[in-house]
Design a protein around this ligand. Sequence first.
Ligand SMILES: [Zn+2]
Ligand SMILES: [Zn+2]
Length: 222
Amino acid sequence: MHLLDIFFPRRCVSCGKIGVYFCNNCIKKIDFIDRSICPVCEKPAIDGFTHPKCHSPYGLDGMYALAHFKGPVKKAIHLLKYNFVTDMAEPLCDFLVKGLPNTLPKFDLLVPVPLHQKKEKERGFNQSLVLTKIISKKLNIPYCPSILKRIRLTVPQADLSGRERRNNIKGAFYCAKSTILTDKTIGLIDDVATTRSTLMECCLVLKRLQVKRVWGVVLAHG
Ligand SMILES: [Zn+2]
Ligand SMILES: [Zn+2]
């Protein structure tokens, strides 16, 4: 047992039971996504592959989301993001990695959705990078922490309507030209995708630099 566990014991995010972040009872309350959707039209799509008719050269090739953004997963992401409980990332990534369908393309590289420098300083860390590091280790896929940058501060997407979100995020990212991106299949990692606008915008920036495929990989959607 870690010394910290004595002073700050792990508690189930949902019921408060001491010892684990997700007790067996509350794991059952997680609303895992069992019907994958196409990231473009939101209609059901096998294993999250973008429908051929929805596919575009600079668009996402697919999306994997572990759960709906509610219940224990919502609480856990909140603890991770706002209460600095970074230990929370480990069990969440465990669920995510175990849930990945084996039909997904093999990712060459993982890239976290970046925070603006100012925001990252305020928070002390980028939660997407925390997740990316863990997933990278579990899947044995390299990650690139700094190639994609957020160059514009944006209003939190949750405060905006659908169309406003797309405009809000437009031009918010920059990616340095690099041969490590050429012809690669990239897993773009984020904690929550609400409307997928952020994933789409990152994807556009990456694909302009000869990235072959981009998949969004998120803990929660909706
Ligand atoms: Zn519980
Ligand atoms: Zn579609």
